[in-house]
Write a protein that binds this ligand. Structure first.
Ligand SMILES: [Zn+2]
Length: 323
C-alpha cells in the first residue's frame, strides 16, 4: 500500500458518506500515538541514572537523590558495582559531603567499617584517601590568611611573608616575629586573658624561616614539629603560646588561662589548629599551644562548626572553587 492509497482511504472514510467513522479513527490514532510516546518515555527512563540506581535496590526517593547528587561518571561506577551499598545514600546527606569524593567515601567505609559517616567524610575531605594520601602540592599562598600548610601542602624554601613585625618584648622570652594582624590580635587576646584569669600569655615561637625549621625539626620531638616547608610557622600566621605562670606546654593545657585561650581565641581571629577531638580522626597530635590566625569571621565559623582548618579549607574554599 502506497502513501497515495492511505490518503485515498482516509479521504474516503472521512467523507460525508462515512463521516460516522471519523470519530473512532481519530480516537484510535490518538491512542496509538499515546502508547508510542509512553513506551518511548519508558525506554528513556530505563536508561536514566535514577532508574539504573533504583534497580540496585534503592527506594525511588533514594535513587532520585543519588542521581541528583552524583555525576554521570559516578552513577556509572555505582551501577557497575551491581550491588546496593548501605552508605551510598546516607553519605550524600552528610553536612560536609563533597560530590567529587563520593567514590573515596565508599572505598574508605569498606576498609574502616567502624568509622562514623561524619568521620569518613572528614578523613577523605582532607585528602587522606584509602588508596593513599593525595600527592603533595604547593601551598596556594594567594589565599593569604587562609593559606593551607600541612603535610600535603608545602611552602618553598624561599617563601617568606612580607613585613613581619616584632612582638612586644614582655610577651616573649626571646625575639619573635609574625605578620602585623597576628601581633595585634595576640596583644588584644593577651590583655583580655590577663583581666579574666590574671595570667600572662607568652609567645614561645612565632615565625620560623625554612632554615630555622630545619634546626627545630632536628632538635625536637618529630611528632610535634613539622618538616621544613610543611610548617605553618613559615607563614607568619602561627604562634605557640603558653603563660608566664605555666610555661610548660602540657601544664598550660590544664591551666585556667589555657582553658580560657581555647574557649576565647576565635574572638581574636585565632583557631586551635590541632584540637584534641580531630587528632583522633585526622591523625594529628593534639597541640593545645599552637594557634593559627585566620581572621575573626573564619575563626568564629570554624569554632562554631567544630571543624579543623583542613576541613574548612576543603569544603568552603576548594569545593567552591571547583564548582
Ligand atoms: Zn607551633
Amino acid at each position: 500500500m502506497t502513501l497515495q492509497d492511505v490518503k485515498r482511504l482516509f479521504k474516503q472514510y472521512t467523507s460525508r458518506e462515512h463521516s460516522w467513522l471519523s470519530v473512532p479513527i481519530t480516537a484510535a490514532t490518538l491512542l496509538v500515538l499515546l502508547v508510542f510516546v509512553k513506551s518511548c518515555q519508558g525506554i528513556i527512563y530505563s536508561h536514566s541514572n535514577e532508574c539504573r540506581i533504583y534497580r540496585l535496590g534503592y527506594t525511588i526517593d533514594e535513587a532520585r537523590a543519588l542521581a541528583a547528587a552524583l555525576s554521570d561518571e559516578q552513577a556509572d561506577s555505582l551501577v557497575a558495582r551491581g550491588e546496593h551499598d548501605t552508605i551510598a545514600y546516607p553519605i550524600i546527606g552528610q553536612r560536609y559531603f563533597i560530590a567529587k569524593n563520593f567514590d573515596h567515601y565508599l572505598a574508605l567505609h569498606k576498609v574502616d567499617t567502624a568509622a562514623s559517616l561524619a568521620d569518613i567524610v572528614a578523613i577523605v575531605n582532607v585528602g587522606d584517601f584509602p588508596e593513599g594520601a593525595i600527592q603533595a602540592a604547593h601551598c596556594d599562598t594567594s589565599k593569604g590568611y587562609l593559606m593551607l600548610v600541612n603535610g600535603q601542602h608545602f611552602l618553598d624554601e624561599s617563601y617568606k611573608p612580607d613585613s613581619l613585625v616584632l612582638f612586644k618584648k614582655s610577651y616573649c622570652y626571646e625575639e619573635q616575629k609574625a605578620l602585623s594582624p597576628v601581633v595585634e590580635a595576640f596583644k588584644a587576646m593577651q590583655q583580655e586573658c590577663k583581666k579574666e584569669t590574671d595570667a600572662q600569655l607568652m609567645v614561645n615561637s612565632a615565625y620560623r624561616s625554612y632554615k630555622q625549621q630545619i634546626t627545630t625539626h632536628k632538635n625536637n620531638n618529630k611528632r610535634y614539629v613539622a618538616q621544613p616547608g610543611n610548617s605553618e610557622h613559615q607563614t607568619g600566621l602561627a604562634i605557640d603560646v603558653t603563660s608566664l605562670q605555666h610555661p610548660e606546654k602540657w601544664a598550660f593545657d590544664k591551666s585556667k588561662e589555657g582553658v580560657w585561650m581555647r574557649e576565647n581565641c576565635h574572638k581574636y581571629g585565632f583557631i586551635l589548629r590541632y584540637p584534641e577531638k580531630q587528632s583522633r580522626i585526622l591523625g594529628y597530635s593534639y597541640e593545645p599551644w599552637h594557634l593559627r590566625y585566620v581572621g575573626k569571621d573564619v575563626a568564629k565559623q570554624i569554632h562554631d562548626e567544630d571543624i579543623t582548618f583542613d576541613e574548612y579549607y576543603a569544603y568552603y574554599l576548594e569545593r567552591q572553587q571547583a564548582q
